[in-house]
Design a protein around this ligand. Structure first.
Ligand code: SF4
Length: 437
């Protein structure tokens, strides 16, 4: 059968999609990028934000129309929203055939067979425990790869549904990660991104204790590996050792994504983040002192329950002082089942939107100014393919994660090449291939 997959949400979901592709292809199915010719449609869903949920519901509505025309089409829903809503999906959308969870992805080929042989819809949300075949995936590119190092999360931030849908944190054995990355490099990967909800707490549940800094150092020693990224870091577990490893190892990208979420201690406490604004400032100061060129990006939530204007202004103050290269900003949306969903929220949506616009305006100005500082400088860029905005240009990523568009031949894709930055925009820069390349 031909299957079509649509992925929502974070890189963890992208990695799960690569795994689904591998499993289905291994079972004799074939992927298609044209939904109209598919026999199976899979939505790999996200439940972290209301906007994603609404888009997914919109997609489900469209799928109903397609299924009305093509009765045999199988609709499968996986990912965090499936894990969260379970049977409710089939109740609300009776034309859905299979609901599967985040911890039994490996069952999908069997579930498809069962659905076909019984003719009955299936909701299967099993916790199959740690999956030893986790690294068997169909990668989109052979020059870069996503590598999960932890699964799940123990932090229970009061607004977040992830611990409920992905389970408690489990670290993957270091030897297995190292072996996988060696194989990836042998197969042509030059960049790996290590993934986890909180990569800094890596190793705490392993029989043989291991820290994230130790793991990172070992990975960076793998010959032929040109670039290592990691996300997401949690400020409460961010160690000075880690800053030293990032500083000392040439192949670790000088980019740290460190979610701030809020600038007020009162709100950070309500969010159960377990750090203060002073702690966060301390980490940033250490990073900037030791790695002056390091790009720092963040996530910020506006309008958390109980947030007052003075709390919001403390977030603005931190944004102005730290000068993040980029911030991913969101208006708070309650997730059923989280502690924050039951908290009193007196600020109107209009006011939250107004704060959000103010934050966006200041952050966009800072991002633009920081990108302007790159003009005239030369950077090593990993070419990722043609630009999504203008396919006559190539798009690549600098070590500090800035996107650069420039003219060049498509056969440069997958190579690390020198580019001189010529002009800046808010979210990317434009450049020119260095003359000596
Ligand atoms: S650290 Fe907090 S926000 Fe991140 S996944 Fe865990 S609970 Fe959610």
């Amino acid at each position: 059968m031909k299957f079509f997959i649509e992925t929502f949400g974070c890189q963890m979901n992208e990695n799960d999609t690569e795994r689904i592709q591998f499993l289905l292809e291994n079972s004799g199915h074939e992927q298609t990028v044209d939904i109209s010719e598919s026999d199976v449609v899979i939505l790999n869903t996200c439940t972290v934000r209301e906007s994603a949920k609404n888009r997914q519901y919109g997609h489900l509505g469209n799928l109903k129309k397609i299924k009305n025309l093509k009765k045999d089409l199988l609709i499968c829903i996986g990912g965090c929203a499936a894990q969260d809503l379970k049977q409710k999906i089939i109740k609300d959308f009776p034309y859905v055939d299979i609901v599967f969870g985040t911890q039994n992805i490996a069952d999908l080929p069997d579930l498809i067979n069962r659905r076909i042989s019984t003719g009955r819809s299936i909701c299967s949300i099993e916790d199959n425990g740690f999956d030893p075949e986790l690294f068997k995936v169909r990668r989109k590119h052979n020059f870069k790869a996503l590598v999960p190092i932890t699964i799940g999360c123990d932090n229970y931030c009061s607004y977040c549904i992830v611990p409920m849908v992905r389970g408690n944190e489990r670290s993957i054995e270091a030897e297995k990660i190292l072996r996988t990355i060696e194989e990836l490099v042998f197969d042509g990967a030059v960049e790996v991104t290590l993934l986890g909800q909180n990569v800094n707490s890596y190793g705490k549940n392993l029989k043989k204790p291991y820290t994230f800094s130790e793991l990172l150092e070992k990975i960076s020693d793998i010959k032929g590996l040109k670039r290592i990224r990691f996300m997401t870091s949690h400020p409460k577990d961010f160690s000075n050792d880690l800053i030293d490893v990032v500083k000392n190892k040439d192949n670790i990208a000088k980019h740290i994504h460190l979610p701030l979420q809020a600038g007020s201690d009162k709100i950070l406490k309500e969010m159960n983040r377990n750090y203060t604004r002073k702690d966060y400032f301390g980490i940033i100061e250490n990073i900037k002192n030791k790695i002056p060129d390091c790009a720092i990006t963040t996530d910020i939530i506006v309008g958390f329950p109980g947030e007052e204007k003075e709390d919001f202004l403390k977030t603005m103050d931190m944004v102005k002082k730290i000068r993040f290269n980029r911030a991913f900003t969101f208006i708070y949306s309650p997730r059923a089942g989280t502690r924050a969903a039951g908290m009193e929220d007196r600020i109107t949506m209009d006011e939250k939107k107004q704060w959000f616009r103010q934050l966006l305006e200041i952050q966009n100005t800072i991002s633009f100014e920081e990108n302007n500082k790159l003009i005239g400088r030369r950077f090593e860029v990993l070419v990722e393919g043609n630009s999504s905005k203008n396919n006559t240009l190539l798009e690549g990523r600098m070590e500090n994660n800035t996107i650069v568009n420039f003219e060049g031949e498509s056969n440069l894709t997958g190579k690390i090449i020198p580019v001189i930055v010529k002009s800046a925009r808010t979210f990317y820069v434009k450049g020119k291939l260095a003359r000596d390349y």
